[in-house]
Design a protein. Structure first.
Length: 432
């Protein structure tokens, strides 16, 4: 590959215009001639361009003669050896490392190197930019072989599946999320205890999202036990919160409260606003059916703590619960306040599942206001959106809801139509 081709390839990969790259170095016209091999650039030009592209000058001029396998392997090993010891990827890898790996991912590599590259890049971006992670996943489907040739490749294939699973979680494609983590489970004997804990935790989350609550709780317990074994208190208590959620749903309120209180004490000491926000939400859920006033205070505090943690989008769920509570209290002023707030968060978040919840919430408001036509239109829109997005659990739940609504109205044909949709969706969940 000629130097001009390489400069252009890296520039496009970094999404830079010719003007941005050439600024202060040369004219755009001169850079264009370099990229099309019409002129031979000076060493000074190459050094300046290389610095702006965050690569070495040698990478531009002698790339074919340099073998970067050792550096790729060192970065990827360092990342996976450390990533779960840091929260949110911080400390596990540098921006320079990421830029280097991204450039290598568009080069021709061996299958072993591709596994290393894409496992790290997809996992890294699944946390910091899930849209970029999805782009990398799509690219990886053409380059990664799922036929490992040695134990090291098998381990990196496991990491690759876990990374892809993370991306599907953030894009809320829960079937794919479950599928990738289930594949990773086949290689779990190659993982450390901490990595196993994370694997079990994600399988639990995936099974909960797809309606398999028995496996969900079983994997939660396995995850919790593994974190305790690793003396990872933060993750152990975080898992305890999810166990409390499952126990509350199963009607084991006292056990759920006991688990919440243990976690609450720990996260107060840690001053962890995000987890404290979630705990406030869980307290609100426990009180929602018996003491609406107390529940409202917990939900409001949850939203405040999410804002404090700079995670306003996570306040979607308590905001939704406030809408439900104010609807039940016929407090239409506050219904509109929190519905508007919910719409703002969802619009900024842009994830399909949150949009689905908004459609359902809005439908519920219309029903309580006795605006039946708008309720029917909105709930059917939510069902169609759930079908299009492959949210089988929600398809069944929403279809049951409107079927019961039509049954009570004596519209039995309509009710039957939606019961059929619900049954079909439940069969799909079982077969999936």
């Amino acid at each position: 590959m000629k130097i001009g081709d390489r400069i252009r390839q890296i520039r496009l990969h970094l999404k830079m215009t010719q003007g941005q790259l050439a600024d202060g170095i040369s004219s755009v016209a001169y850079l264009s001639k370099v990229e099309t091999s019409q002129v031979n650039p000076s060493q000074r030009f190459i050094e300046q361009i290389a610095e702006r592209l965050q690569v070495s000058a040698a990478y531009l001029t002698d790339a074919r003669k340099v073998n970067y396998d050792e550096r790729i392997t060192e970065i990827c090993k360092r990342y996976w050896d450390n990533t779960y010891h840091f929260y949110g990827n911080r400390g596990a890898i540098t921006e320079e490392d990421v830029a280097f790996l991204q450039l290598q991912a568009i080069e021709t590599q061996t299958s072993s190197i591709y596994l290393k590259l894409f496992s790290v890049l997809i996992k890294y971006y699944s946390v910091v930019d899930y849209k970029m992670a999805e782009e990398l996943y799509q690219l990886s489907t053409y380059r990664v072989s799922e036929q490992p040739e040695c134990d090291e490749d098998r381990k990196y294939l496991c990491y690759y599946y876990m990374a892809c699973g993370n991306t599907k979680f953030f894009t809320q494609e829960y079937k794919a999320y479950d599928s990738f983590y289930t594949k990773a489970l086949s290689y779990s004997e190659l993982l450390t205890d901490l990595e196993k804990g994370m694997l079990y935790n994600n399988i639990s989350s995936a099974r909960g999202a797809t309606g398999d609550y028995i496996t969900h709780y079983f994997m939660l317990e396995k995850s919790h036990d593994m974190f305790v074994k690793c003396q990872d208190d933060k993750r152990a208590y975080s898992t305890l919160l999810w166990m409390a959620n499952s126990n509350f749903k199963a009607g084991k309120v006292e056990l759920a409260l006991s688990q919440l209180e243990k976690a609450h004490v720990y996260f107060l000491q840690e001053q962890d606003s995000r987890q404290l926000a979630y705990i406030e939400y869980r307290y609100g859920r426990i009180h929602q059916g018996t003491n609406p006033g107390v529940a409202i205070q917990h939900f409001k505090r949850s939203i405040e703590l999410y804002i404090e943690a700079e995670l306003e989008w996570e306040g979607i769920t308590p905001c939704k619960r406030l809408v439900e509570l104010y609807v039940s209290l016929k407090d239409w002023t506050n219904v509109e306040i929190y519905l508007e707030r919910l719409e703002t968060i969802v619009e900024e978040d842009k994830r399909p599942y949150q949009h689905l919840l908004l459609l359902h919430t809005r439908a519920g408001v219309y029903l309580q206001k006795n605006d039946e036509k708008r309720y029917e239109r909105e709930i059917q829109k939510a069902i169609q959106y759930a079908i299009d997005g492959d949210f089988a659990v929600e398809v069944a739940r929403f279809a049951d809801e409107i079927a019961e609504y039509y049954h009570k109205k004596g519209a039995y044909k309509k009710a039957s139509e939606f019961y059929q949709i619900s049954m079909s969706s439940r069969k799909q969940q079982k077969s999936g």
